[in-house]
Write a protein that binds this ligand. Structure first.
Ligand code: NAD
Length: 428
């Protein structure tokens, strides 16, 4: 089987069908869960700085809210499609369910390129998005968050517009807000720390002492840097990281046999996670081709950059030493490559579980915002550890009991929880 041209919604539906078969789900429940419950597609007219009106297209998809308000980010992207939004909304439903958060799954987007929009135009776009969908979202209905090319500032404009329309302060309407304006401490660390909490639990299962392990990561952005921070604190060694190089339009890997120094590398990294090559060379890092992150003789691989990175083309390059792949990124392994990994003795921590620390902390932000009472960072991070650890144990126990791999077990648990909620409500 080859890696097919990528339609994310088709992939998401195939993954669902696989879980539905394993669960022997009835036709009605399949019909309900295979597609979003609600979809909104709308235009957003924006007065541009030159006085012209320009019309953008916006989306919000609520895949399922049987377990609680829909939750999911809003992307600004020139190639945004309704199918991408549908797929991401469905994955949010499963992600919130596997962690046991009382939330459903949603996603939104606008077809636009923020690089070509002034600050004022971006603000108008954010306010326009809220104006068009305000009747169908809210703190107890559907709670948006940032995603690709949307930031804390965009969230604040959206919150402000929402509060103007409803006439009251409702900080729980949206997450990813700046700390001090309704944001949560610990959100920055949450996804990367969550990845390594899951790795810690996997190592315990495999009876491997973390201090004897080495890791290689793809990416050096938010997820990767925070994952490395916790992994180093727990005693591991990172020998390789990679990143995209804007000047050369290609990726590079940075290798140090005795282990990278996180702070040293952070000091020569731009805000987009790009490492300065010449400064890295001065610091005695070996500069390797981008793909080499995958070929290292390490115990743990963490793809934490993009989707579609481990493919049938490169899966054979993974070293025999690798025991764990923890998917920090969304969808980094193609379904075809996944089949080949299943045949090897590699423990996969699937994206829905591995990177769920982010949405878990967004849920904490929502809770704190609704209470208007904010926790200290330690409290947020210890609650994160508890949620991630218990979700990992649930999945791993289920996988062992039912002789499934971690990915199938994650899907079966989450689809089953959502299906049960739909049945309990009398929807099917
Ligand atoms: P980021 O933008 O902070 O960092 C991305 C990193 O990947 C950068 O270092 C960039 O240079 C690198 N990169 C880009 N293309 C590359 C390539 N071809 N080869 C090697 N490196 C490359 O992004 P992030 O927030 O760290 O997110 C990383 C992944 O994790 C994405 O798939 C994202 O959807 C997923 N994710 C993020 C969060 C979160 O809370 N940030 C939560 C869940 C999932």
């Amino acid at each position: 089987m080859n890696d097919k041209a990528y339609n994310p919604f088709e992939t998401a539906q195939n993954q669902f069908d696989n879980a539905a078969d394993l669960l022997d789900l009835d036709t009605e429940t399949r019909d309900l869960l295979r597609n979003p419950i609600r979809e909104y597609s709308f235009i957003i007219p924006v007065r541009m700085d030159d006085g012209r009106k320009k019309v953008f297209r916006g989306f919000r998809v609520q895949h399922n809210d049987a377990r609680g308000p829909a939750k999911g980010g809003i992307r600004f992207h020139p190639q945004e499609t309704i199918d991408t939004v549908r797929a991401l909304a469905m994955w949010m439903t499963w992600k919130t369910a596997v962690i046991g958060l009382p939330l459903g799954g949603g996603k939104g987007g606008v077809i636009c390129d923020p690089h070509n929009l002034s600050t004022n135009e971006q603000e108008q776009l954010c306010r326009g998005w809220v104006q068009q969908i305000v009747k169908n979202i809210g703190p107890y209905t559907d709670v948006p968050a940032p995603d690709i090319m949307t930031s804390a500032q965009h969230m604040l404009w959206m919150l402000d517009e929402y509060e103007k329309i409803v006439g009251e302060r409702q900080p729980g309407f949206i997450t990813g807000k700046p700390v001090g304006m309704g944001g949560s401490l610990g959100r920055k660390e949450a996804t990367g720390y969550g990845v390594m909490i899951a790795v810690r639990e996997a190592l315990k299962e495999l009876s491997i002492n973390i201090e004897n392990t080495r890791a290689s990561l793809q990416g050096f952005g938010n997820v990767s840097q925070n994952a490395i921070e916790l992994y180093l604190q727990m005693g591991g060694t990172v020998t390789c990281v990679s990143c995209w190089d804007q000047d050369d339009s290609k990726s590079y890997a940075f290798y140090k046999k005795d282990g990278i120094d996180l702070k040293e590398l952070q000091a020569i990294t731009d805000p987009f996670g790009g490492i300065n090559k010449s400064k890295a060379k001065e610091l005695k890092y070996d500069l390797l081709p981008g793909e080499s992150w995958l070929e290292q003789d390490v115990d743990i691989l963490v793809p934490a950059a993009l989707e579609n990175q481990i493919t049938t083309e490169n899966v054979k390059q993974i070293s025999k030493q690798v025991r764990i792949i923890a998917e920090g990124a969304n969808g980094p392994t193609t379904p075809a490559a996944d089949k080949l990994i299943k045949d090897r003795n590699i423990f996969i921590i699937p994206d829905l579980l591995a990177n769920a620390g982010g949405v878990t902390c967004s849920y904490f932000e929502q809770v704190q915002s609704n209470m208007n009472y904010f926790w200290e960072k330690d409290e947020v991070l210890s609650k994160l550890d508890l949620k991630m650890t218990s979700a990992f144990i649930d999945v791993s126990d289920f996988a062992k009991k039912n002789k499934l791999n971690m990915r199938d077990a994650t899907y079966v648990i989450s689809v089953d929880r959502v299906a049960q909620a739909c049945r309990d409500r009398g929807w099917v």
